[in-house]
Structure formats: structure tokens, C-alpha cells
Design a protein around this ligand. Structure first.
Ligand code: AMP
Length: 518
């Protein structure tokens, strides 16, 4: 069977291609025809290079609609798109280029000097530039090509993209995603979240990550929905555009920053039908405040680069789960249609209801493996073909899944399991605490003990010893962290995930210095 993800997404474009597909925060409007023609010119340019099948197109540029067209062009030409965070510096980029061996690298004009030197040295044949104002050599090249292009057919299992995982431990791994993986996920989200051509999606996420590129953009393109396109998440500008949008997707930090604006109220999101959150856990407090301030219940979902979307709280009554409609704070909802999910014990068998286990998944959405890491890939799949996500979770009697943390973040103290989320939730309930993160650190007696990091609510002054004392009233002693640091902010990556590896590193350094942070 032949396939091309672009053709699958193209099915969703409206009949009238002159309608607006994307409106940018700089006042530019792109019609569906513009997307079609722009991506055709870029695809024709790519084809003119006569690259071998499966060639990688690595792209490290700022967010722009032209960068999106380049992604579509890579699909149309049947190549493998490889987006990279613009924040990566030369040592990081060198790793990706060496590992992925892209035939083409596209970077910003400002970085062209060092990127081209590095890429040419590693064997890349073409290095082009693109900025977020339609400048750079890429578009100049594409301008000479026809704006008509017939997508190149691929097998469904052929790769369409490689997403490098954020790599907080060890080497960053390239998750290989096929046309079939991405297509199945796009169809699933389009249906489950009730997307249609009347929708207006406010897009303020980066487009080098699964959330902004494959969840948000695919859902919009597949549905013929208009996008309000923000180059960056700026709370005031996003708030101003919320009133004209019907769907918003964000990481939890977007929601907390919007909540900090006094102007956020039900009128500010008058046309909204759906707020979606993911990529990191949303605090219950944020979930509840959002309900109070806007009248909307955020739908939290869970997924990852390797698997695309896995679970979602219900958008409408879910007949697979007794017609449930409730979106439960702190839960990531039900497995999406087509996704088999189990909470497994050490023998890879379904754990008892309510027990914590390893989240394992199977489905058309699950990736083809890690790029050039067959051994690592084999380790991450069970003998019966389930992918071991590395997340730990529970499932309740109604079917709601909760994530309790990454398995590598699990703390084993004196032989007993401590799940950081449980401690963080207890800390977050204490007066004056805004947010917290708990990590395991080595301990001569217990093997490992918890170490807490807390942020204070504005105006509150926290005493770390008092916080630990308060926890002792609520939790078994082995769960109570032995140290607690009050910080002014938590280290986060571009998607708002707390970087626990950096927190562990901080403790190590403080111990080497012999200083007591309290
Ligand atoms: P990434 O591949 O960068 O999207 O990271 C995927 C990881 O993010 C997952 O394995 C989870 O650990 C985490 N994650 C994604 N969505 C959620 C969520 N709603 N709640 C908690 N963790 C999440």
C-alpha cells in the first residue's frame, strides 16, 4: 500500500483553498493555497537535489510558517524531517549531525557560518538558511521551482520524521516515526477531540517538538482548521487572541502564566470549546484555578516523542468507558482509541487495579525504534511487543490513568518505593507553597532519600525545616524528604518539564562544596 502523510493531511483542507489557513501574530495571512504552493516549490527544490530515499532534512530554525512549509515539503518529497531546537549550541548540533547524517541542513542566517562549517565537515551536502522573516537562501532557491508538485509515494512504514528525545539522561536518541505512525495519530486526535473546519486553533508552541508539530499542527491541518500563529508564547498577546480561538493547546506553564493575568476571565475565551494541556503534569491547583477563572475544564492528555499521543481525558462522552465525560484533574484520562495501554508489574503483566506499575503501550502510533540503536530499541520493548514508556502510573476502577513519575525518578529508600508525585502533591498543599519537585539522592544508610525543592507563592516566606516537619504529619517517615531547598525557580526545558537531572546535579555540587543550602 502506498502512503504519504501530506496527502492524508491534504484531505482535510477545505474545498476553497483561498480561505485563510494561518494568521500570524505579525498580521500575515496564509491561505491553504499558499501552504500548498509554498510546500510544492520547496518539495520541487528538494527533488531537484536527487537525494537517496530516506535522506534526512535537518532543520534548526526559528518558528515561521515557511518552516512549516519546509516540513510539508519534506513529507511531499518523501524525505525524513528532523527538527532541532534552535537553542542547541555547536557541541549539541555536532552530535545530531554526526548521528543522523542529514543530506540537507537548514539553519538561521545568523548561525550559517558555524553550522555550515560543522555540517560540511561531517559530510552534509547542502546547507541553506531560513529566518522568521522569509529571508535566507532556502526560499531564494525554491523560488525558481514550480508551485505544482505530486507527492512521492512511500510505504506506510517508511520514515517521515526523526525526533530526538530531550535526553536528560545519557545520549539523546532519535525516535523514528513513520508516515503510518503520524497518520494514525492525526486521525485519532481529529476524531477524539472533535476537530472541524470551523475550529480556530491558537498555536503558541514551538514547532521542533511533538506537541507543537505533530499534535497541534496535524490536528489543525487534518481538520481544515484555521491557526492563529504566535512565534512565541507571550501571555498578553496570547490572551488577546484567545477570544477569537476555539481550541488552545499548551504546556502547563502557559496556563500558569495566563492565570497570572488579571484580565483572564470567561469573556476572554468566549468562543473557546477546548483547552488542552500536556508535555508535563498540570498541578491540581492550576486545573482548579482555570475552572474558576474561565469556566472551562482543561483536558489533560499524555504522550511522548516515541509514541505520539497515548491518553486523553474525555472530550465528549466516551462510550468505551461507561459514557464518562468528566475530565479529572491530576489524571491523563483514558487510552486513546487504537492505543493498547497496560500498567504492568515487573513480569510485564497487568498490575492490580490502583497499583503503581510501568506504563506500556502498543498501537499504530508507536514508533519504529531508535535511530541506529537496535540494542536500545530492543531493550525498550517487551517480548510481547509493548513499548516500555519509562513512565510509572496507576489506573483506577473507572479507567483513568495517572502518572506518578518517570521510572528513573522513582526513589527507593531503605528498599521501599517512594513516588515523587505523591510527595510533591503533599508539599503543594502546604500553606505558601506554589510548586515543588522531589528527586532521589544517594544516602549511605537508606541507599537513596528524597530531596525536595520548593517555590514559594508570591509574598510567602517558607522555612524548609517547617515544611519537612509538616510533611511528617501526613506521610510515612520513609517518604519524607531528608532535605528541602527553597528556590526562586525550577530548572525547566523548552516544554516546561522540570529537569530533575539538574536538581540532582545541584545537590551533588552542594555536597562537594560541603555547604548546607539551608
Ligand atoms: P516528550 O517526548 O518530550 O514529549 O516527553 C514525553 C514525556 O513527558 C512522557 O514520557 C511523560 O513523562 C511526560 N508527559 C507528557 N505529558 C504528560 C502529562 N500530561 N503529565 C505528566 N507527564 C507528561
Amino acid at each position: 500500500m502506498n502512503a504519504n502523510l501530506y496527502l492524508a493531511l491534504r484531505q482535510g483542507f477545505p474545498a476553497d483553498l483561498d480561505q485563510i489557513a494561518i494568521q500570524t501574530d505579525q498580521g500575515l495571512r496564509y491561505s491553504w493555497r499558499d501552504l500548498e504552493r509554498g510546500s510544492a516549490m520547496l518539495a520541487n527544490w528538494l527533488e531537484s537535489l536527487h537525494l537517496p530515499k530516506g535522506s534526512r532534512i535537518a532543520v534548526q530554525v526559528d518558528k515561521s510558517v515557511e518552516a512549516l512549509m519546509l516540513f510539508l515539503a519534506s513529507l511531499r518529497a518523501g524525505h525524513v524531517f528532523l527538527p532541532l531546537n534552535p537553542a542547541y549550541q555547536s557541541a549539541e548540533l555536532a552530535y545530531f549531525v554526526k548521528d543522523a547524517e542529514p543530506a540537507v541542513v537548514v539553519c538561521t542566517p545568523a548561525n550559517f557560518g558555524w553550522v555550515s562549517k560543522l555540517a560540511f565537515q561531517m559530510g552534509t551536502r547542502y546547507v541553506l538558511s531560513l529566518d522568521d522573516q522569509r529571508g535566507g537562501s532556502l526560499l531564494a532557491r525554491a523560488a525558481h521551482h514550480s508551485d505544482q508538485h505530486t507527492p512521492v509515494m512511500r510505504e506506510p512504514q517508511d520514515l517521515a520524521a526523526i525526533l530526538y528525545t530531550s535526553g536528560t539522561t545519557g545520549r539523546s536518541k532519535g525516535a523514528m516515526l513513520s508516515h503510518a505512525n503520524l497518520h494514525s495519530s492525526a486521525e485519532c486526535l481529529h476524531n477524539y477531540w472533535g476537530f472541524g473546519s470551523q475550529d480556530v486553533l491558537l498555536h503558541a508552541l514551538p514547532i521542533f517538538h511533538v506537541h507543537g508539530l505533530f499534535v497541534a499542527i496535524h490536528a489543525a491541518l487534518r481538520s481544515g482548521a484555521t491557526m492563529l500563529w504566535h512565534a512565541k508564547f507571550e501571555p498578553l498577546r496570547v490572551l488577546a487572541d484567545l477570544a477569537g480561538a476555539t481550541v488552545f493547546m499548551g504546556v502547563p506553564t502557559f496556563y500558569t502564566r495566563l492565570l497570572a493575568l488579571p484580565e483572564l476571565n470567561p469573556q476572554a475565551c468566549a468562543k473557546m470549546r477546548l483547552f488542552i494541556s500536556g508535555s508535563a503534569p498540570m498541578l491540581i491547583d492550576t486545573f482548579q484555578q482555570w475552572q474558576q477563572r474561565t469556566g472551562h475544564t482543561v483536558l489533560e492528555r499524555y504522550g511522548m516523542s516515541e509514541t505520539l499521543m497515548l491518553t486523553s481525558n474525555p472530550y465528549a462522552a466516551d462510550q468505551r468507558f461507561a459514557g464518562q465525560t468528566e475530565r479529572v484533574g491530576g489524571s491523563v484520562g483514558f487510552p486513546l482509541p487504537g492505543v493498547s495501554l497496560r500498567i504492568a508489574d515487573a513480569q510485564h503483566q497487568e498490575a492490580a487495579l490502583g497499583e503503581v506499575g510501568s506504563i506500556q503501550v502498543k498501537g499504530a502510533n508507536v514508533f519504529a525504534g531508535y535511530w541506529r540503536m537496535p540494542d536500545k530499541t530492543a531493550q525498550e520493548f517487551t517480548p510481547d511487543g509493548f513499548f516500555i514508556t519509562g513512565d510509572m502510573g496507576t489506573r483506577d476502577a473507572q479507567g483513568y490513568v495517572r502518572i506518578v513519575g518517570r521510572s528513573k525518578d522513582l526513589i527507593i529508600s531503605g528498599g521501599l518505593n517512594v513516588y515523587p508525585v505523591e510527595i510533591e502533591e503533599a508539599l503543594n498543599q502546604l500553606p505558601g507553597v506554589l510548586e515543588s519537585a522531589v528527586v532521589g539522592v544517594p544516602h549511605p544508610d537508606f541507599g537513596e532519600v528524597g530531596c525536595a525543592f520548593v517555590l514559594a507563592q508570591s509574598g510567602a516566606v517558607l522555612d524548609s525545616s517547617a515544611l519537612l516537619l509538616a510533611l511528617k504529619d501526613q506521610l510515612a517517615n520513609f517518604k519524607v524528604p531528608k532535605q528541602c531547598f527553597v528556590l526562586s525557580e525550577l530548572p525547566r526545558n523548552a516544554m516546561g518539564k522540570v529537569q530533575k537531572n539538574l536538581l540532582r546535579e545541584m545537590v551533588k555540587q552542594l555536597e562537594q562544596l560541603g555547604s548546607d543550602p539551608n
